[in-house]
Design a protein around this ligand. Structure first.
Ligand SMILES: *[C@@H]1O[C@H](CO)[C@@H](O)[C@H](O)[C@H]1NC(C)=O
Ligand SMILES: *[C@@H]1O[C@H](CO)[C@@H](O)[C@H](O)[C@H]1NC(C)=O
Ligand SMILES: *[C@@H]1O[C@H](CO)[C@@H](O)[C@H](O)[C@H]1NC(C)=O
Ligand SMILES: *[C@@H]1O[C@H](CO)[C@@H](O)[C@H](O)[C@H]1NC(C)=O
Ligand SMILES: *[C@@H]1O[C@H](CO)[C@@H](O)[C@H](O)[C@H]1NC(C)=O
Length: 264
């Protein structure tokens, strides 16, 4: 053990000498101190660390380092979308854009929202936050709406962005928010921070009638009322989508959400 240690110390020292000779730029005081500092690291660490990521950007690691994304990270893991992102970043030439909701964004959801979702819906929710192209902030000015996401396209999955001089706003029809910061960007991957979870109509408006500019239901049905409303003609129509959450409320889930928040 001891011998191995000195051999590696010596080789690191020789390496150090090699570098000082090659570049001839080392500060005058360095030779006495530098080898000790270098030896303090396990010699094998550098090659191993370099090999592990295969040069592929690790989204989870970026989010962990940035902090305040623990719930989003947990969802990425539980839905396996973490692996999907990893292989997409290896394969994709067009890159990715991720809208990452903060923990406080998740805490603003009605209690039980996540827990009442099926595994499929959880995957869809995560995928709805991933756009399969790299978009820099300036590209939001020219992008055409609606954006396609990993969750798909179509009238039940709109995701629109609008660029203003001081903000980039996003709407899903149920959620309005704006980008609140750039977590990460290179020329392949952009991760933007958002303060609200983007709720796709496909999941969260499934039990509500199609949003219509008709405010309260009229006392007696008229020709203007869409056919879809016939079964519950008198019930007030809440187009905000908030009503569904209270219907789906599950007592046990409150504790789980609370636990998730305390875990921060
Ligand atoms: C990405 O980083 C996370 C967190 O540091 C780690 O748990 C995961 O194993 C990494 N994934 C890969 C494929 O290296
Ligand atoms: C990345 O892509 C290359 C070429 O398609 C493939 O050989 C390699 O296994 C991939 N690496 C990972 C970690 O998926
Ligand atoms: C998104 O943009 C498209 C095209 O401009 C528009 O037709 C649609 O109504 C918009 N959806 C929302 C939810 O803003
Ligand atoms: C989102 O913004 C639009 C336009 O400003 C507004 O009409 C709509 O009511 C907002 N929706 C929500 C859910 O806040
Ligand atoms: C953009 O979104 C922010 C909140 O995220 C809101 O305050 C602002 O009014 C929105 N701008 C427009 C033009 O809708």
């Amino acid at each position: 053990m001891k011998q191995q240690y000195s051999i590696s110390s010596i080789s690191v020292f020789l390496l150090f000498l090699h570098y000082t000779n090659t570049f001839a730029q080392s500060p005058a005081a360095a030779p006495a101190q530098a080898p000790a500092v270098v030896v303090a690291q396990p010699p094998a660490a550098t090659p191993t660390q370099a090999a592990a990521p295969h040069g592929i950007t690790n989204v989870t690691k970026i989010l962990e380092k940035a902090g305040h994304f623990t719930i989003f990270i947990r969802l990425l893991r539980s839905t396996q979308e973490e692996n999907h992102l990893f292989s997409a970043l290896n394969d994709s030439s067009s890159g990715l854009t991720i809208f990452a909701p903060t923990d406080s964004a998740f805490s603003e959801l009605k209690s039980g929202t996540l827990n009442t979702l099926s595994d499929g819906d959880k995957s869809e929710l995560v995928k709805f936050h991933v756009v399969p192209t790299f978009l820099s902030t300036s590209q939001f000015q020219t992008v055409s709406n609606p954006l396609g996401t990993w969750a798909g396209t179509g009238s039940r999955l709109p995701l629109n962005v609008t660029s203003y001089p001081n903000s980039v706003n996003i709407t899903t029809g149920l959620t309005n928010t704006s980008l609140s910061g750039t977590v990460y960007t290179d020329n392949q991957l952009a991760i933007y921070k958002i303060e609200k979870v983007l709720l796709p109509k496909d999941i969260f408006a499934s039990k509500a009638p199609a949003p219509a500019p008709v405010a309260p239901a009229p006392e007696k049905p008229t020709k203007a009322v869409p056919a879809a409303n016939v079964e519950s003609p008198v019930a007030p129509v809440d187009i905000s989508g908030a009503v569904m959450f209270t219907r789906n409320n599950v007592v046990g889930s409150v504790g789980i959400v609370a636990a998730a928040i305390f875990a921060l």
